[in-house]
Design a protein around this ligand. Sequence first.
Ligand code: CP
Ligand code: NVA
Length: 304
Amino acid sequence: MLKGKDIISVSDLSKKEIEVIHERAREFKSDIFQKPILKGKTLAMIFQKASTRTRVSFETAMHQLGGYAIYLDWFDIQLGRGETIHDTGKVLSRYVDAIMIRTFEQKTVEELAKASDIPVINGLTDLEHPCQILADLFTIREKKRKFKGLKLAYFGDGNNVCNSLLLGCAIMGLNMVASCPDGYLPNKEIMERAIEISKKNNSSIRIISDPLEAAKDADIIYTDAWISMGQEKERDKRIHIFKRYQVNKRLLDVAKKDVIVMHCLPAHREEEITSDILDGEHSVVWDQAENRLHVQKAILSLIM
Ligand code: CP
Ligand code: NVA
């Protein structure tokens, strides 16, 4: 079903395909499926931005499944000296079995996929972070045992993680509220796409700028960095604008009693989330990070 498929946007996947990925991830997590099924296979990983989780979970996934992963820093390979993404895709297709790329523009991943004869996985762009959200949905299902009727409230910057969450919630039928300040709303086109999809799945996708109203009765509270990679120069301005959207006790007090708190990490303690919440009883962030490994094993084994 997924063999040969590129994963560039969450919306490249159907509900059924996400179910299949989650089913395989469950098998990997419970140890039923630990055969070296990627023996002889190689994953090239191109990074134009920093990474801890994405790099280590993909690399470990390939290793544990009997395959091999090559870390390629954008500036260490000829890309950094001007070789085109098209030509890089053509050449890598002759050596390896799949490519994972973390870069700035979504267009770069699309161009790479177009030029490559092998599957291409988006490991984060400024627009989306699909692998993160596939793992997050897996974590939500693990903790809540369902999607239908749940309310996910996202706080802060309408960034890549928020965009992919909107699509993921719409596809799987969760209700999502994005609480973001004016000027920092999610991508307009993605928002429209998510609303369109959610209508078919009887769920709702909304923007509520007031954080306390957005957090009311939430089953899941989610936040991410206020300053994403590449936005370091906007730091002072952003800290000021996002202050109201911090995930703290005040917000949790209006959510459901069994609310879970999620963060894709890295966290910036006392900025988008307070330490008492990140380390507190509602936080599932470490399980969330672990699940990147299981879900990526599922993705790799299904697309290669
Ligand atoms: N969540 C996430 O993608 O983390 P890294 O930036 O460390 O890969
Ligand atoms: N929004 C963050 C996510 C990091 C995993 C960034 O793009 O830097």
